[in-house]
Design a protein around this ligand. Sequence first.
Ligand code: 0A1
Ligand code: ZN
Length: 869
Amino acid sequence: MSTIIPEIKKRSDYQQPDFLINHVDLEFTLAETSTKVICVSQVTRNGLHNRPLILDGEGIELLSVHINGIEVSNYQQTENSLTIDTDSNEFELRIVNIINPKDNSSLEGLYLSAGAYCTQCEAEGFRKITYFLDRPDVLAKYDVTIIADKKNFPFLLSNGNKVDSGELPDSMHWVKWSDPFNKPCYLFALVAGDFDLLEDQFVTQSGRTIALELFVDKGMLSRGQHALDSLKKAMRWDETEFGLEYDLDIYMIVAVDFFNMGAMENKGLNVFNSKFVLADAQTATDEDYFNIEAVIAHEYFHNWTGNRVTCRDWFQLSLKEGLTVFRDQQFSADMSSPIVNRIQNVRIIRERQFAEDASTMSHPIRPDEVIEMNNFYTVTVYDKGAEVIRMLFTLLGKTGFLAGIKLYFKRFDGQAVTCDDFVQAMQDANDKDLSQFRRWYSQSGTPKVVVTDSYDPSAKTYQITFEQQHSATFDQNEKQDLVIPIQFSLLNDKLELIKLGDAKQQQKMLELHDSKQSLEFKNIDSKPIPSLLHGFSAPVKLDYPYSQQQLGNVMLGSPDEFARWDAGQKLFSDCIHDLAGKTQQQQKDSINQTVAMFEPIIEATDISLALKAEILTLPSFETLFQQMDTVDIDGLNQSRKLLFKALAQKFQNNWLTQYSKFEKQPYAYQANQVEQRKMRNLALKYLTLSGQHDVEQLLIEQFNGADNMTDSLAVLGAAQLGDLDLFEKLMLLFEQKWHNDPLVLDKWFALHANTERPDILARISMLMGHSQFTINNPNRVRALIGTFSFFNVSGFHNIDGSGYKFVADYLIKLNEVNPQIAARIITPLIQWQKVDKVRQQLMQHQLMRIGDTKGLSNDLFEKISKSLP
Ligand code: 0A1
Ligand code: ZN
């Protein structure tokens, strides 16, 4: 490992800032390699002390420092700070510096994205723009002037309202923006470029008219409408559901091609990865449409949960992210199918969050220690964080939850606060003691809830016992009991619901807070089947000794759609796991038995088509992986394929019926069409796998006749699964059609990257030379290298270690270009804990190689150093 050990920051070390900045005047003169930044801050000393002012800064060329108009030179500069000693308690600080956006490939601070200037300041990117107190608890009002060449940069944008503009000699122009709201510098944004502009308006519930402006690459205007419509839906939804109205007169969204994450909620000026803005039927799938609506909403909802009330320090990130993800999940559920949404949320938790918690990167939703903050924009902070908020919602009820939210804004609007402040508001508004619940914020790991039951036929009583179990994680040995809401119901053997409790309720909620709690039900005629964890009421692993028959009953008869889906998934996964060590005949028998249980689902009329398609979808390899302590990679992959094929063959005729029964309509992103496409394309997959000889014809017809990307891509996905020559042929045609459209081509890169073939590494190396591929664009890198390492099981985990070496070689290069993306793509390599010993060693060897890289970033250092024994 590299020898310079970066500083570990601890949550418990939090100190108030020594100085505050309440107003900032920024002036940018944009030039590719030398942009001039003038930053005039109104600074006040915070408290009685005589410590110097220490500003953060990285990669900045300092020109001058003035205090109250007088140039000073008694400052000290280090690689990442500027220290200024002064006696003044209140002063104007003027800093002039130069930065180089062109050479900034980290995509943090000010950088160039395909010729346009843009910024990304969360979490700690503002320090790459100028020396500043780059921490979220320093809130200031910003006035920003941008000066640039008018021809190439007709649009000059920043936060707030445009207050003035003018022309300058040499075809330059300037625009001044003023943001009336206090904000931390991570919400600052600047964009300059030439775009196509889509304009609209939104009238708020109180009657104010808001200008909506969406900026996209030239020629992409027709792909912006869905994003704009989504924004208006999100604005209305936040008013009706949360009573929250937008607060500025203008809301701008800019789509850029080079972006590390999904999007960024900068006040009044969101910057988006173009992947989450641009859509039309030809180029975007139903999933893309869905994601765009969700991400647009997510960033919009941040205006209150994140911007109006922000985080005191970065350890509190889940304060804004967990809450905002919960809000966007509720919104998406209201906009489309709640059950499909919930299933999707749970898949993320089970495939990725459980994996994170089982790895050396395990951390609570409010981490205690951080080296590189960018490493903590995780599924734990975001998605488990949202599950924690959802549990509060379940425990307090909608009314109680909204009362808590109201109090939270009343108390903290305009402030930078902590997760504890949030829970306190929930507690006070509901008069409910949440002290034990708070442990969800400090404890990492996936709890296990073990359920046992017994029935006494003579007394007609049924007893059910819930026990919570917690194992040590890599970051924490000591664990405590949590408050776990468990929603459940009981079914009798006729699949009827048994009434529970006095209120004649059929669903019960147990608040499990002790390590073990039992409930007893009287007057029960026969041993019930428990339907457990309705709606995935807590992010836990559930353990109940279900028989296959009982699972079948829950799948067919539970009142809760989530529980029905979950029972089906368990039937599938039990079958897959049990195949190991069986003879071929035993495997066949057990597969047939499982498959037969799904027959009634295909025929079912009491569930939506969308849910039906979800139930008939096998659990992913990643989900199955997380269910085991040690995994035989090849065996698991093989077993999953066996079941997949058997389902395809057993229901061959049904798949053909499902495939053919829906009348084709011109593409629209509408619920009924989406679910029909989903079922039809699932059926197409199964048909291909079933080996029916005329399936090629179907594939070709759909490929040639498709008026939308969902259907075209489904053909490629199916052909890939069938291992057909046709796959290669169609991929070629696809590339010819879309080679000028990188966002579409990403789908093609990804399909190549997760194809199982012996020469996969040669194929990926060749694709790295494709004219549209560049290591500088995170979307390309994620599509090709990310897909390979996360999803190509046989290629990445090749027992000769070539997959690991390939990824490691790439990461060593990417470390220099974009450490943030490198640290994301390393994830599968650090998750070696469950694989066999041979692979563990191969993986660790590659981690060590990366660890020895000269100039290793903090991002990679943190992940590798934790992960090596
Ligand atoms: N706050 C954004 C996520 C985000 C975080 C960091 C970024 O760059 C380093 C960019 C975006 C969100 O939750 O959408
Ligand atoms: Zn967010």
